[in-house]
Design a protein. Structure first.
Lengths: 253, 253
DNA sequence: AAGTGGTCTAGACCACAAC
DNA sequence: TTGTGGTCTAGACCACTTT
């Protein structure tokens, strides 16, 4: 049998349930303080290590968080977005139709060499320069996704000079370069654990998964214009897609 | 700052890197034995607890596993499937075209009451009986996904009597009930952590995320025939979708 | 009997925050 | 100064496997 410390043991389980019940019973909200480790250790007549192990579970799963010297506190409950994918529209365009306060932040810009795999996906030479933008997406001020946008320099020369008052990549592609509205030609989705960068930028717990989406955008059948990678917090983002009658015909045999 | 025991500390980090390097350097394969906790504790001149903490990380992330009384061993490396979604074809039909040894196991069958949410999704009364099948999907003998299939009894009466020599739900729907090939009308995808059942059935590590897909299948525009929920190991399954020219027209504005 | 991992106790020291 | 969480040490006992 495969086991390890990550599994919840009887004593820890009891403490975990107590804390969950404590939050519920006392109707604690985000930021409210929980009993200290020493208090819990005394109460349950166990060593502080056992209490810490239990609290670690709740912390890693995002239920609570700690601050050194201050204590443990209740985390905010996630308000997941149900995002309706439309490969003819950009994310911001879909989100804009909702009522929730959606924001975008351009975090960094750089230039890299495409390399083999990226070159293949964008259908450009491996040694072509590619602009890389890192974009943070926020809802109600809380970051929920970090996006990497890869833009081929041959089709979008001097892209970095168009980044003042950044709103969306699509706007620049259309307004500044005169391309038609990009559309998504390929989409892949996977589930993975957060990297150190994810945890830092999205201020997320350790044991919260990431929904990773890779998309290749085209401006016409033969011209790729962007490789877009979205890493979204699993608790804050769900992907949805509906197949209309038209699409069912297109999809079907 | 939010921190907790889950984070990797300097001493643990050193041990983790050592183990990773040890596996690489010695070209260890699945099932090969690693140094014992006591040996590592002596070697690094730290307490066994520190070693255990480091090994826990590697274990939870699926790099190694332990057996009580025997030791720590190297885990098998995942061979992810890149699954091309086609909402006109069933999973087994798409998989069948590949060369890898794909298998299906019917784990359990039961009858439940639809309830509010399931009733709404299947467009049936909340008190209607629904057949629930649990199906395990395996590749090369290794389980990679657990599926829940919800089938409305009004449209598929006595479904449980058609489960001998089970292969696929679609086959029964078409061959035994005479329906046309079901197609996927709605698809939602999210990322979540495994439940206890997932960990048990898929024999997976604790800190491995699940890619969860919910699909509603129709046999015609107004008739739902199945609600299908797939929970796939994040390290073994990736979802992909390509948009053909026809589809782009259907999708676009 | 010896070795292994799984769990827990008891206590130390640190950095930080609040009083 | 006191209380808090973060880390680590030292050692115990257990269940299990191997020799």
């Amino acid at each position: 049998m495969s086991t390890h410390t990550g599994l919840i043991n009887p004593k820890q389980f009891e403490i975990i349930n107590y804390i969950k019940g404590y939050i519920k019973k006392n109707k604690l909200n985000e930021g409210d303080k929980l009993p200290s480790e020493n208090k819990l250790a005394d109460q349950f007549e166990v060593n502080r290590n056992v209490v810490r192990s239990a609290l670690s579970h709740l912390s890693a799963q995002g239920h609570i968080y700690s601050e050194k010297g201050r204590g443990f506190f209740v985390s905010a409950k996630p308000k997941p977005i149900l995002f309706d994918h439309d490969n003819g529209l950009g994310f911001s365009e879909v989100m804009g139709t909702g009522t929730r306060n959606y924001q975008v932040q351009l975090i960094s810009k750089s230039v890299i060499s495409a390399g083999q795999s990226l070159g293949k996906m964008l259908n450009i030479p491996a040694d072509e320069k590619v602009y890389l933008l890192k974009i943070l997406r926020l809802l109600e001020g809380e970051p929920f996704a970090i996006c990497h946008s890869y833009l081929p320099s041959s089709r979008l020369p001097d892209f970095d000079k168009h980044l003042d008052n950044f709103t969306t990549v699509n706007r620049i592609i259309m307004e500044d370069y005169g391309f038609p509205h990009p559309y998504c030609g390929n989409l892949s989705i996977e589930s993975c654990m957060p990297t150190a960068e994810d945890i830092d930028l999205l201020k997320m717990p350790l044991q919260m998964p990431i929904l990773k989406q890779n998309e290749i955008f085209y401006v016409d059948q033969d011209t790729t214009i962007e490789y877009f990678c979205v890493r979204a917090r699993g608790d804050r983002f769900k992907f949805r897609m509906s197949f209309t009658e038209d699409m069912q015909e297109a999809f079907g045999d």
